[in-house]
Ligand binder design. Sequence first.
Ligand SMILES: Nc1ncnc2c1ncn2[C@@H]1O[C@H](COP(=O)(O)OP(=O)(O)OP(=O)(O)O)[C@@H](O)[C@H]1O
Length: 246
Amino acid sequence: MEKTNNREPVLKIVDLKKSFGDNHVLNGFSLELYKGESLVIMGKSGSGKSVMIKCLMGLLDHDSGLIEIMGQDLSKLTLSQLNELRTQIGFLFQGSALYDSMTVRENLEFPLRKNKEKYKQKEALVIEALESVGLPQVIDLMPDELSGGMKRRVALARAIILKPKIIIYDEPTTGLDPITSKEIIQLMRDIQEKYGASSLIITHDVDCARVIANRMILLIDGVNYAEGSFAELALSTDKNIKAFFK
Ligand SMILES: Nc1ncnc2c1ncn2[C@@H]1O[C@H](COP(=O)(O)OP(=O)(O)OP(=O)(O)O)[C@@H](O)[C@H]1O
């Protein structure tokens, strides 16, 4: 049974630990993501952000700790339950990650292929998702006919096509110029509003964090080094925190 309400997190990580041999990447990382919230995670390169995402998507086994998605303990799910849960999570991969040999339409149909009901409505769903990102006209183009910003929009359309309750953004503005970055950030806000989803955003981009974050966590040495609003963290005098806001 779904236990989501405003006070119960849609996503909960408690004391997550993950090592690769002597490389202790996550040493007790925790987070709670609430309904309708945008939570930004910032951490240096190599601090374990991708490892954390892989653990919470069930793509990598964690050593210890709890991961709960919409009230369901990930470690207790069968593969088919896990796959079902994954359909409720939209994922914007670093660098868009569209399939180059498929048209935009085929890229967007891809997440629908395992759901017979949704697949029947694929035309309407593809058009709706493309309209949400302002690009209905590119439906029959190939990815290499699109600009970087358009590719990111199409990738975002693919991430939301199943109307997910949680959207995970991995470096959503990386590789984009400042104006296109602003457009993508605005789009993320529009989508948050339209779909009422909760967003987990991994980013190095301070401007992105400033605009989008309701709350932030700084990940250092595999733990939550600091948490707070953008304004609270940006005013900190701690040198490790200040380093993020230079
Ligand atoms: N499958 C793996 N096997 C061994 N070590 C790994 C594996 N995946 C990640 N690591 C190690 O875990 C650490 C964290 O890597 P991770 O990719 O999570 O960093 P990140 O914070 O996402 O970095 P970036 O911002 O550059 O993407 C690194 O030291 C990396 O070498």
